[in-house]
Structures are given as C-alpha cells and as structure tokens.
Design a protein around this ligand. Structure first.
Ligand SMILES: [Zn+2]
Ligand SMILES: [Zn+2]
Length: 239
C-alpha cells in the first residue's frame, strides 16, 4: 500500500526542517521511514491467534461484547506502552503510518473492506482534546481511512466526561465506570451502515464496547474495531 505523492512530498520537505525521528526511540531516521531498524526488530507483532471477534488472546466474547470483529497488530508490552505514550503527546505521524498501514492491509484481506461506509474513532472529552491538541485515535483513523479510501469523521461519538482511571478496576467495575460515558452527536443517523471504529489499545474492550452500543443505537448494522495493540491478559494495566 503505497503512500501517495502528496504525502511523500510533505514528508521529504518536512524532514529538512524537522528531522524525522523513530516513533519508538526518537533516533533520527531517513525521511521515508517510520522507525529505526533496531526498533523495527522489537515490535511485538501478534504471533499467536487472537479471537477475531473480541480481539483478545483469552476470548471475552461470553461477556457480551457488542462489536462484530476486531483487528489488532501487536501485543501491548512495555515497548508498545512507551510508544503509545509518546504518540499521545508528540507528533503521532510515524506511529499512525506504521500501524495504520498494517491495519488497513489486514482489513483489505477480508470481505469487510468493501463494506465499510465510514471510519471513526473513540472520542475524547472536549477538555482533554483542548489540552492535548489532537485526538490520537482520530489521527490513526485518518491514516486507515486514507488507505481504505473510505470517508472518516470524528464527529459521530462524544465523550461526556473524563472517566476515573481504569487501571485498578475489575471488568465489572469498568463496565459501570463507562456507563453513559459515551454518546453520539444529535444528528447522527447510521441506519444500515458498517462502521470501522478505531482506537489505540484494547484492554478489556469496555471502551470499544460502549462506543459500539452507541453506534448501534444510532442504527449501525455492523461495527468493526481496529486497534494497534491488545493486552494478552485482560487484567493487564493500560494508561
Ligand atoms: Zn528506534
Ligand atoms: Zn472472543
């Protein structure tokens, strides 16, 4: 899946002003790379089958998840943790290109690719977005949408409040913690649509699950999730 000329040009010229850096270790790299060779070897690509429906190594489907399929690229380990933290606060471009390309390729191998009507992302509260300057999940969603040639928007889902940290919560507590946390913009009608919902990391799946319920309540017939990383055990920590 090639980058189009406009993006290649942008990356080339940007590199002259602000050298391109590895999305893991920050080392200066060539303008067309996303990470350095050493870090590329460390990427914990998923090497064991995960459940295609919930995206977990230990299937959680029996807990009543409402999304229909889930694509993931890597295990969420300490290397990925620091890369995710970095992409949330610094330029997310290389992280999004590296993993967005992989996710789009996986999706293209399935029948879903031709059925996706719209790509969207898990939302942030207005306050958090103002503080950070961008929604990192939307940056990833834009890259995937461009590769799939499908429209993308961050105007479907809204996050009503900042939830208390989920780290120490059990699955059941997380479900309560995310109750009414997400909603949809008033005019959203997704009747019969297939939506691709993008996020960075899946732990218990409770965020994707809550967002999917909102999308389906607005008429979406199918919700497919795409996330960069998935924790191998559902009680692993994630920030
Ligand atoms: Zn590196
Ligand atoms: Zn499952």
């Amino acid at each position: 899946m090639g980058l189009n000329k406009k993006i290649l040009d942008k990356r080339f010229w940007l590199d002259l002003i602000m050298p391109n850096r590895c999305c893991f270790c920050n080392k200066i790299i060539s303008w067309y790379s996303f990470c350095c060779n050493e870090c590329a070897k460390q990427i914990p690509y998923i090497d064991q089958p995960i459940c295609k429906l919930c995206g977990k190594y230990t299937c959680m489907c029996s807990r009543g998840l409402s999304y229909d399929y889930c694509f993931c690229v890597v295990w969420y380990n300490p290397i990925m943790h620091s890369a995710v933290v970095k992409y949330k606060v610094e330029s997310p471009d290389n992280f999004c290109m590296l993993f967005g390309d992989n996710l789009a390729k996986q999706i293209k191998k399935t029948n879903y690719a031709s059925n996706i009507d719209i790509v969207t992302c898990t939302p942030m509260t207005k306050k958090s977005k103002r503080k950070r300057g961008y929604n990192q999940a939307y940056e990833l969603a834009k890259v995937i949408a461009r590769f799939l040639e499908v429209p993308v928007t961050d105007k479907i889902l809204v996050k009503n409040r900042d939830n208390v940290s989920q780290h120490e919560l059990t699955f059941e507590e997380r479900l309560l913690n995310t109750k009414n946390l997400f909603g949809a913009s008033p005019s959203v009608n997704l009747r019969g649509k297939t939506v691709l919902l993008v996020d960075d990391v899946i732990t218990t799946g409770s965020t994707l699950n809550s967002c999917t319920k909102v999308l389906k309540a607005r008429g979406a017939s199918t919700v497919i999730c795409a996330a960069v990383a998935t924790t191998k055990l559902h009680n692993e920590k994630h920030s």
